[in-house]
Design a protein around this ligand. Structure first.
Ligand code: F6R
Length: 244
C-alpha cells in the first residue's frame, strides 16, 4: 500500500485525478468505481476540468457507484444518483446510460440482485474510496463481520451524525443503504483512497500506521489489496503524527 501526503485538499484532488486520468488514457473503456461524499468532490472537479480543457475523454468509459441510500429516489436532492450527476456526470462527456448507481427504492432484494449482477459483469479498473469517521468504506460499517457482496446495511449512529450536514436534520438522514461489499471493492484492479481533515484520524491512523486488519475498522482491509494508494492531506498527517 502506497501512502502519499498532499500539502492540501487541492493537491490531494489533483493527485487522485492523475491516477484516474492514467487509467482512462490507457484504457478508454475503463470502468470507474465511484464514491460520493465530500472527499472526492475536488477530484471530480479536476476530472471535469481536464475533460473540458485537456481532452480527457470519458465517452467510452463506464462507472458503478459504491452505494445508495435506501428510501431516496434517484431524483431526490440527496440521493447519490443526483450527487453523481451534479458533481461529475453533468460535467464530463460520459454517456449516462453507462453509469450505474444502485436503486434505493422499490424492491430492495431485486435491486441488490441487479447491483451484484452489474458488479459481476465487468471488472472495475479503478475504485475510488473515501473513509467514514468510523472507518466504513462504501457503507460497510464496523462490526463482528463484514459482507463480500452487494447488501443492505443499517447505518451507524456516527454515520448519521456525520452525514446530517447534508440534510435539514439528523432525523432525515436515511438509516439504511445498499452498498458494495468488501469482495466487490477488493476485486477492483486498483484502489485509490482519498482522506482529508482531522476527524478521520483514528480510522486512518490504524490503516496507515499499523499492520492491523480488522472488521472493527473496515478500511483496514484495503491494505490487503495489491495496488492501493492512500492519499491524505498534511492536516490529517499532522493530526495522526504521521511522518511518512
Ligand atoms: C460514499 C461512501 C462513503 C464515504 C464516507 C466519507 O459513497 O461510500 O464511504 O466515502 O462516508 O464521506 P465524506 O467524504 O463525506 O467524509
Amino acid at each position: 500500500m502506497k501512502v502519499i501526503v498532499a500539502k492540501d485538499y487541492k493537491e490531494l484532488s489533483s493527485l487522485a485525478a492523475d491516477i484516474m486520468e492514467q487509467v482512462i488514457r490507457s484504457k478508454p473503456d475503463a470502468r470507474m468505481g465511484l464514491a460520493t461524499g465530500s472527499s472526492p468532490v475536488g477530484m471530480y472537479q479536476e476530472m471535469a476540468r481536464r475533460c473540458a480543457e485537456e481532452g480527457l475523454d470519458f465517452s467510452k468509459a463506464c462507472s458503478v457507484n459504491l452505494d445508495e441510500y435506501v428510501g431516496l429516489a434517484p431524483e431526490h436532492e440527496q440521493s447519490y444518483r443526483r450527487f453523481m450527476n451534479e458533481n461529475l456526470f453533468d460535467h464530463i462527456n460520459i454517456d449516462k446510460n453507462n453509469t450505474y448507481v444502485a436503486l434505493g427504492t422499490g424492491d430492495i432484494d431485486a435491486n441488490l440482485k441487479e447491483f451484484q449482477a452489474v458488479l459481476d459483469s465487468k471488472q472495475t479498473d479503478l475504485q475510488v474510496l473515501g473513509i467514514g469517521v468510523d472507518g466504513h468504506v462504501g457503507f460497510n460499517e464496523p462490526g463482528e463481520c463484514l459482507f463480500g457482496e452487494a447488501h443492505l446495511e443499517v447505518l451507524d449512529d456516527s454515520t448519521l451524525e456525520a452525514n446530517k450536514r447534508f440534510f435539514a436534520s439528523k432525523a432525515e438522514v436515511p438509516t439504511k443503504a445498499v452498498t458494495m461489499g468488501l469482495k466487490n471493492i477488493m476485486q477492483a484492479k486498483k484502489l485509490v483512497v482519498v482522506v482529508n481533515g482531522k476527524n478521520k484520524d483514528a480510522a486512518t491512523k490504524q490503516l496507515v500506521m499499523t499492520d492491523e486488519v480488522t472488521t472493527k475498522n473496515p478500511v483496514t482491509f484495503v491494505r490487503l489489496h495489491p495496488d492501493c494508494t492512500v492519499i491524505i492531506d498534511q492536516e490529517l498527517a499532522d493530526a495522526m503524527g504521521y511522518k511518512g
